[in-house]
Design a protein around this ligand. Structure first.
Ligand SMILES: Cc1cc2nc3c(=O)[nH]c(=O)nc-3n(C[C@H](O)[C@H](O)[C@H](O)COP(=O)(O)OP(=O)(O)OC[C@H]3O[C@@H](n4cnc5c(N)ncnc54)[C@H](O)[C@@H]3O)c2cc1C
Length: 466
């Protein structure tokens, strides 16, 4: 293979050192390919530098406040707890720098040449680096990820921060307004509220968490409101004024809110601009604006591939990693691997947390003629003594004809951890009978998933076309 490809400087050039790009580069190098990867910001990409990992550290940090509040019911006297934002930020930054180093060393150890520069495509086989160097490659992989999208340029938009800046604020905002109803907006709303900020969420739709199961949406909203977060739906921010360090957000419903920060988390756009895609003839997906790819992540140009957020399929780290791995197996490992994008477990690290896998009740009822629902909402054992007014939601969506488990949704402590394990069963096409045959693990909240005997609802659609 090396002889045949020697006309190019490298066998594979990867643009973007994030979750997907690094995995693809390492696996391809393991198959003997000569690989170069360019990263314009920091190795590790969104997930490690300003996404999942620092976010989870924030979630853990802010959740400690709940533990402190809950302690009294169990006999603890804790002196007035205080929180120091700069310490939290400094320790988080230290951990992120450590992980960034690991990403670089692991890529280099695998034989990948790492270049700290922006890369753009000159033609189907040529890359130009920020330092002026050009590199030719047999195969190019676009793994440039996505970036926050603030929407239309309303007056005062320059004052708005995104999740990128939220990780580096010099001080904890006393009051913050967050526009958005998706997982990033809600996670930050709960993070800031846990640390002690006064939080208002503004969302244009009629309820938060669009696309999630309706019961999950209602439950999370009620719990967040109970925790003191204000959620305003059916309106948007139309303009922002700044005076000294105070912001006033004007809303479409005519009201306004004062705060010390305004954050938008209303969506992300794939990083396709200024990449030279048009020069090489790489087509975009007209539906979502990402790079258009087939089931093997191949673009409209046969030797150029794209994976992860830049394709705007399902924007999650494990998906980018799986797509990157499958690409390397297929192109360099002589093993054709297609990624199955069904039954991907996902979480919202709001407080309480959401874990979900498979179909929502609404999606299942649209697709299947017979759908059984098993649902329970209960007070977790800890709340009986902590006094915290919170409820756990567990819901199973079952195909009434085949008994197959179509979806599982949990809201409550450790929901994400629970769903990771349940996802194996759902992926293996487990039936409700399999769940019933599984012993409960007592006393846990998750035991409810194997002890719900009677459907709470049965939906039958006689004329369904399946
Ligand atoms: C706040 C937040 C929280 C999140 N939480 C979760 C979570 O809990 N779980 C989860 O699964 N996912 C989460 N995600 C999503 C996850 O981070 C992304 O799906 C994942 O990082 C996508 O990986 P990627 O390789 O496609 O792109 P990225 O990780 O974004 O990597 C792309 C890299 O390419 C670089 N780059 C771009 N253009 C160029 C260029 N021209 N030249 C050189 N380098 C370039 C960028 O600097 C970046 O480092 C979160 C995202 C955000 C923003």
């Amino acid at each position: 293979m090396a002889e045949k490809l020697a006309e190019f400087d490298v066998d594979l050039f990867v643009i973007g050192g994030g979750s997907g790009g690094v995995r693809a580069a390492r696996i391809a190098a393991g198959y003997g390919a000569r690989v170069m990867i360019a990263e314009e910001y920091r190795m590790g990409g969104t997930c490690v530098i300003r996404g999942c990992v620092p976010k989870k550290l924030f979630v853990i940090g802010s959740h400690i406040r709940h533990e402190i509040d809950d302690a009294a019911g169990f006999g603890w006297t804790i002196p007035q707890a205080t929180f120091d934002w700069p310490t939290m930020i400094a320790n988080k930054d230290k951990e992120i720098a450590r992980l960034e180093g690991i990403y670089t060393t692991n890529a280099e150890k695998a034989g990948v040449r790492v270049v700290k520069a922006r890369a753009v495509i000159e033609d189907a086989h040529t890359i130009r680096l920020g330092n002026g160097e050009t590199v030719t490659a047999q195969t190019i992989l676009i793994a440039t990820g996505s970036a926050p999208n603030h929407g239309p340029a309303i007056p005062g938009i320059e004052h708005v921060i995104s999740s990128n800046e939220a990780f580096h604020l010099p001080e904890l905002p006393r009051r913050i307004v967050i526009q958005g109803g998706g997982y990033i907006a809600l996670e930050f709303a709960c993070i800031f509220a846990g640390f002690g900020s006064d939080v208002t969420v503004v969302y244009r739709g009629d309820n938060i968490l669009r696309g999630f199961d309706e019961d999950v949406r209602t439950h999370v909203r009620a719990e967040m409101e109970m925790a003191g977060i204000t959620i305003l739906t059916g309106c948007t921010i139309t303009g922002i004024d700044k005076r000294n360090n105070e912001y006033t957000s004007h809303l479409s419903n005519g009201s306004s809110i004062a705060s010390n920060q305004v954050m938008f988390a209303i969506g992300r756009h794939p990083n396709v601009t200024g990449l030279g895609l048009e020069k090489a003839g790489v087509a975009l997906n007209s539906r979502n604006g990402g790079v258009a790819v087939d089931n093997f992540s191949r673009t409209s140009v046969p030797n150029i591939y794209a994976i992860g957020d830049v394709t705007h399929r399902i924007n999650l780290t494990p998906v980018a990693i799986r797509e990157g791995h499958a690409f390397a197996d297929t192109v360099f490992g002589k093993r054709t691997v297609e990624v199955d994008h069904t039954n991907i477990p996902t979480a919202v690290f709001s407080q309480p947390e959401v874990g979900t896998v498979g179909l929502t009740e609404e999606a299942a009822r649209a697709k299947y003629s017979h759908v059984d629902i098993y649902k329970t909402a209960f007070r977790p054992i800890k709340s009986t003594m902590s006094g915290r007014d919170t409820r756990v939601l567990m819901k199973l969506v079952v195909d009434g004809r085949t008994d197959r488990m179509l979806g599982c949704h949990v809201v409550g402590d450790s929901a994400a951890e629970i769903i990771q394990a349940v996802a194996i069963a759902v992926k293996m096409k487990a039936t409700k009978a399999d769940f019933d045959a599984t012993f409960a693990l007592h006393p846990t909240a998750a035991e409810e998933l194997v002890t719900m005997r009677t459907p709470t609802a049965r939906h039958v659609r006689e004329a369904a076309a399946e």
